[in-house]
Design a protein around this ligand. Structure first.
Ligand code: ATP
Ligand code: MG
Length: 416
């Protein structure tokens, strides 16, 4: 074991955490010291402080029982307990909205390939050894016995200085294949390299088909982090690097061939889709539209069927042969994340973008209510006239409210 003194003043320079977060750490530290518990930060913030990079989330770990500290800690910091998980982690919200995760030092025992571990409270050593990479297995003590010390059990400091992504042991990716994708993220984000053991761990995981055994929700969750946790400009590199390691194929995903113009549509999705739809778009962005890949990423059968059906029907010719209103209505029926995914197909891009950027916003000024006031009898005819107004507007034949009203008059006595 190696330790390295690092004054709190220097360490905390890289924590981009609001005042209340830092204050929380101070109170937690005092209470833990009183009770004789070892409190430390682990993973990201320690790695990042040593690299002199800013970090935002805190991985605060207690070798001890949080329940003993919580009543006083919540009272002192005016925090609110949001939830408690079966893995002895707690999520708190501090005043002004800052949330913080509290973790109990724990041991993880893996019983099957790519399955979730058995978790039990343990000491800091076991808690270090459950982690993914040596650079993420460094801890920084906030209390005795390692106050203001970086504790290194697994050559994390050496790997950090050499820029290496090294798993803690060679069965690491058998236990949890998502770690390989995590490794790609750190490699790209930090411009590091894989250690020899990374490749060895990958080979072992391949031998037991660990990636195939990874459950769809876990695979999907991990892949979404390419989009949500990493800067957008790294995305293509993340995908290329995963592909170079064959991670998609091993996970039974058919990766889509990317082109630079995809970024524009991704930008639209990020800006305009609701969070849940955005996440689905991210997943669809990665893959070819085919049954197996959709299933691997957790799309349920009815959704898969719907996506594959429109993908098959919507050829360029089919869409061009539709009347403009029919085309707009066909697009409007689709969930927006499916539509934007289809826009990534070269032959559909132009038609869908025309809809997305302009056509979908073209609607009649007149409402059904207005039509009735203009003398249209209640019933089917209202809808038909509204559609006709929209069709003519889409074609650019009419524009103004006056023209709409004239059209209504002309259509008033027509049979539909
Ligand atoms: P980031 O800057 O992306 O937040 P991080 O290192 O803080 O990086 P988190 O995903 O926040 O990563 O996880 C916190 C810590 O938990 C990691 O540093 C690592 O020690 C551990 N960890 C997370 N996921 C895994 C995993 N799948 N297997 C083992 N350890 C993990
Ligand atoms: Mg983190």
């Amino acid at each position: 074991m190696k330790t390295q003194h690092l004054p709190w003043k220097e360490f905390s320079r890289y924590l981009e955490v609001p005042e209340q977060g830092l204050n929380f750490l101070k109170e937690a530290k005092e209470l833990a010291s009183e009770k004789g518990f070892f409190l430390y930060l682990a993973g990201g913030p320690v790695r990042d402080a040593l690299l002199k990079r800013a970090s935002r989330d805190l991985d605060l770990v207690l070798e001890g029982n949080w329940e003993v500290l919580l009543p006083e800690l919540l009272a002192k910091t005016k925090g609110e307990l949001l939830f408690k998980s079966q893995f002895l982690t707690y999520k708190l919200r501090l005043p002004q909205g800052f949330t913080i995760d509290l973790v109990t030092a724990r041991r993880e025992t893996y019983t099957g390939v790519a399955s979730l571990p058995i978790v039990e409270p343990a000491d800091h050593k076991a808690d270090i050894l459950r982690r993914d990479f040596t650079i993420n297995a460094l801890i920084y003590g906030l209390t005795l016995p390692f106050e203001e010390e970086v504790v290194d059990l697994v050559s994390g400091l050496k790997d950090l200085s050499e820029g290496k992504i090294c798993p803690l042991h060679r069965d690491s990716f058998i236990e949890d294949p998502t770690r390989a994708f995590r490794g790609v993220r750190y490699k790209v984000r930090l411009s590091f390299n894989y250690a020899g053991d990374f490749y060895l761990a990958l080979e072992r995981a391949k031998e037991v088909e660990a990636f195939e055994k990874l459950s769809p929700p876990r695979l999907a969750q991990e892949l979404k982090l390419f989009f949500s946790k990493e800067p957008l400009e790294n995305l293509f590199k993340l995908i290329e690097d995963s592909d170079a390691l064959n991670l998609f194929e091993l996970s039974l995903l058919k990766k889509r061939a990317l082109k630079s113009s995809d970024i524009d549509i991704l930008g639209l999705a990020i800006k305009e889709l609701k969070p849940k739809d955005r996440e689905k778009f991210f997943l669809l962005f990665l893959i070819e539209l085919e049954e197996k890949s959709l299933a691997r990423l957790g799309f349920f059968p009815p959704e898969r069927e719907k996506i594959l059906k429109v993908y098959k029907i919507f050829t360029k010719e089919y869409l061009e042969n539709l009347d403009i209103l029919e085309r707009v209505e066909a697009f409007e029926k689709l969930p927006s994340y499916v539509l934007l995914r289809l826009a990534l197909e070269e032959n559909l891009r132009h038609t869908i973008m025309e809809f997305w950027n302009t056509l979908r916003h073209i609607k009649p000024h007149l409402s059904g209510h207005d039509l009735k006031a203009l003398g249209v009898e209640e019933g089917k005819k209202v809808g038909l006239i509204l559609r006709e107004i929209r069709r003519r507007k889409l074609k650019g034949e009419i524009k103004t409210l006056k023209e709409e009203k004239e059209l209504v008059k002309a259509l008033l006595f027509r049979d539909f």
